[in-house]
Design a protein around this ligand. Structure first.
Ligand code: GLA
Length: 382
C-alpha cells in the first residue's frame, strides 16, 4: 500500500472535517486467467495487489453526508433518505449504490464523511471500482457496527454495481479485493464463492501489466449484452449456468444458435477449463504451460468472445513475438485497460523499452507499465 497516498487522504479528511478518520485500504486486483467466467458461475484466478483505493471515513453530525474524491477534487453531498443514482456516471454511484444497498438490507446508518483517492487509474481493468465499493461498505460496517461478514459485504458491493452503476458484473473483483492474501492468488469458485489460495512465486519470471490507457465507451453495454447471451444459452441448455455445460451439450443445440453466440458460449466453457488447467500448471511449476493457457485465453477473448480491441491485441502480439514472454492476454472486462504478461525477470527492462516505443509509434500515445505485488485484501490501516 502507498503510504504517501494514505497520508494525503488522511490529511484531506482532517482538513475538510476537522476530526480524525478511520482509514481503510482496499486493493485493486489482477486476474491470472478466467475472464468472463465469473457470472457464469465458473472459476477465476485473481489476486489483490498493492495498489488500490484509500478512504478516510468518519461520522458526521450534520444532516447530510459528504464524499470527496481527492484526485478529482469533486464532492457530493446527499441526504440518506431518498437516495437515487447520480447522473454524473462517474465514481459517485459506487458510493451511493453501496449506501442504498445497505438500506435495502435494513441496515441503519447515520450521516458520514469520506475522502478517498487511489493509485490505480480508472478504466485500467484493475477494479478500482470494486476497491471503492469495498472501502465504503467496509468503512460503514465498522463505523456503525453493522455486523456484516466479508461475504455479505462483497454481495452489497456487487449489487451496488448492478443497481446503481448498471453493470451486471460477476463477483470476482469484489471478492479478490476483499479476500486477497499477500503473495497469493485465489482460485475462486464463483458458484460457492469459496477460494483456494496458491502461493505465487514464479522464480525467474514475473507478472507485469501494460496499460493501453484506453477504455472504449461501449464496454458497459457490451458487458451486459455478453452476460445476457450466456444466460439465454444456459436457459436453452436447461442448466443453471454455462459452468454446468460441456462443449458436447453446446454442440447439440448448435443449429439453434447464431455462429457468433455459439462461439461466445464455447469460449466460456473453454476458458473455465483453462482456469483449472492453469492452477494445476502453477502447482506443478510448469510456467510454459501456464503461458500457453494465457495466450489461448487472449485468443478466445479476441476472436470468440470479442471483447478485445486493437490496442490490446497489439500489445499481446508484441509479447508473442518475444520468446521471453511466456504468456500475455487482456485482463478484465475488455475494450481497453491492461494486458497481463508473464515475463522473464532479466528481460523485463528491455521488453518494456521495446513495447513502449512500438506502442507509441503505432497509436501515437503512451502505454503505462506496472509491476505489482500481491497483497492482503480490504482492511483498516493506520
Ligand atoms: C469485470 C467484471 C468482473 C468480470 C470481468 C471479466 O472486471 O467486474 O465481474 O466479469 O470483468 O472477467
Amino acid at each position: 500500500m502507498n503510504t504517501l497516498l494514505a497520508k494525503k487522504i488522511k490529511f484531506s479528511f482532517q482538513k475538510a472535517f476537522k476530526t480524525n478518520p478511520l482509514m481503510i485500504f482496499s486493493p485493486g486486483r489482477i486476474n491470472i486467467i478466467g475472464e468472463h467466467t465469473d457470472y457464469n458461475d465458473g472459476f477465476v484466478f485473481p489476486a489483490a495487489i498493492n495498489k488500490g483505493i484509500v478512504a478516510a471515513i468518519g461520522k458526521s453530525n450534520s444532516n447530510q453526508s459528504n464524499v470527496l474524491a481527492v484526485d478529482k477534487n469533486e464532492i457530493i453531498n446527499f441526504s440518506l433518505s431518498n437516495l437515487k443514482p447520480s447522473t454524473e456516471g462517474s465514481w459517485q454511484n459506487y458510493v451511493l449504490g453501496v449506501v442504498a444497498e445497505l438500506q435495502n438490507k435494513s441496515k441503519v446508518i447515520g450521516n458520514f464523511n469520506i475522502t478517498f483517492g487511489g493509485d490505480i487509474p480508472g478504466g485500467a481493468g484493475m477494479s478500482s471500482s470494486a476497491a471503492l465499493e469495498n472501502c465504503v461498505v467496509f468503512g460503514l460496517n465498522e463505523l456503525f457496527q453493522l455486523g456484516l461478514s466479508k461475504q455479505e459485504m462483497i454481495l452489497i458491493s456487487q449489487k451496488a454495481e448492478h443497481n446503481y452503476v448498471g453493470v451486471k458484473c460477476g463477483i470476482m473483483d469484489q471478492y479478490a479485493s476483499m479476500f486477497g492474501i499477500k503473495n497469493k492468488a485465489l482460485l475462486l469458485d464463483c458458484r460457492t464463492v469459496q477460494s483456494k489460495s496458491y502461493k505465487i512465486d514464479f522464480k525467474d519470471h514475473q507478472l507485469i501489466l501494460i496499460n493501453t490507457n484506453v477504455k472504449h465507451s461501449l464496454s458497459d453495454s457490451a458487458y451486459n449484452e455478453r452476460r445476457s447471451v450466456c444466460d439465454s444459452i444456459s436457459e436453452m441448455l436447461n442448466v443453471k449456468a454455462l459452468r454446468d455445460a460441456t462443449k458436447y451439450d453446446l454442440e447439440a443445440i448448435k443449429d439453434k444458435l447464431t455462429p457468433e453466440n455459439y462461439q461466445k458460449a464455447l469460449f466460456v466453457i473453454q476458458e473455465n477449463n483453462r482456469v483449472i488447467k492453469a492452477s494445476n500448471a502453477i502447482e506443478a511449476g510448469n510456467l510454459k504451460l501456464l503461458g500457453e493457457l494465457i495466450y489461448a485465453s487472449h485468443k478466445g477473448l479476441q476472436h470468440q468472445y470479442k471483447v478485445s480491441c486493437e490496442e490490446l491485441d497489439f500489445l499481446v502480439q508484441q509479447a508473442q513475438r518475444n520468446k521471453n514472454v511466456l504468456g500475455a492476454r487482456m485482463m478484465g472486462g475488455g475494450f481497453g485497460g491492461c494486458t497481463i504478461n508473464l515475463i522473464a525477470k532479466t528481460e523485463t527492462e528491455s521488453f518494456k523499452t521495446f513495447v513502449s516505443k512500438a506502442y507509441k509509434n503505432k497509436f501515437g500515445k503512451d502505454c503505462s507499465i506496472y509491476s505489482v505485488e500481491l497483497s492482503d485484501g480490504t482492511g483498516i490501516i493506520n
